[in-house]
Design a protein around this ligand. Sequence first.
Ligand code: ZN
Ligand code: ZN
Length: 289
Amino acid sequence: MKEHHLKLNVLENSQAFLIEAVSKAIVAENDARNWQFAILNLVQSLELSLKSILAKKHPLFLYENIDNPKHTVSVTKAIERLENPMIGGVKFSEKEKKGMSSAIKLRNDITHHEFDFSVEYAKAQFLRVFGLIVHMFRHHFDIQITDYIDSNFIESLLEIEKSRVVLIEHANTRMQEEGVDSSLVWECSNCLCDSFVADKSKETCYVCGYQTSVEECGKCEDYFYSHDLRSIEHLFETDFCEGQTIVHNSFGYEPISICSDCYVAVQRDIDEQWQQRIEEDEYYHWSVE
Ligand SMILES: [Zn+2]
Ligand SMILES: [Zn+2]
């Protein structure tokens, strides 16, 4: 009886936050300030809906430490547990995971730091995560959207979605007319539509007009958003002397900017080279004694 009560609480809470999020979103229109509260409520609802699935599997899974059930799990831990085949056995697609983590990041930015996002970005994030929560309610609890959200609210949300669809259709027509190669069409980091034309002469999203530069990764030579590339200079062995940085060892690398996959590989390689040198130094130390 107690377990049932707990499950219901988390789930109902999640729905309450979702309703609050939707009511904020439909009056937010083009004001980023209003979208801020819609997103905060939405991510809270996401967190609780993930937890309610965990609680359905077993109420103890809600807690960080199941031997000492005091603090409930973080949202990241909840996703990890749900994906564990021994616990949740839930399969999230890469797109769903990416959507959840960027929404969580946005929530954290809103709560802990200064933030700067566009209305297009907020809308896109909202619709993506909202869709995911609705799907989870239906799939895991057999609850339909009309059971907990007022039909007027649903209609207003559909209007927001529709305005995006119209813009996407325009963008697709323009891309066809201009003969844009599909390999140069990326997901826009502003409005999350597949409408950013990465061609060097364009570098523009055809849905929201967002412009940003595109650059080659210094290692794998694929193209990425410049803001997604990272410099590797700080991995070098350096000294700071009289206002100047002196590089002692660059481990065979040029001071390039690279993509995140390459970054992980380079970081590992440099770590290994450090480690090897420490071992060699120790060997030298012992052999001369
Ligand atoms: Zn865009
Ligand atoms: Zn790369």
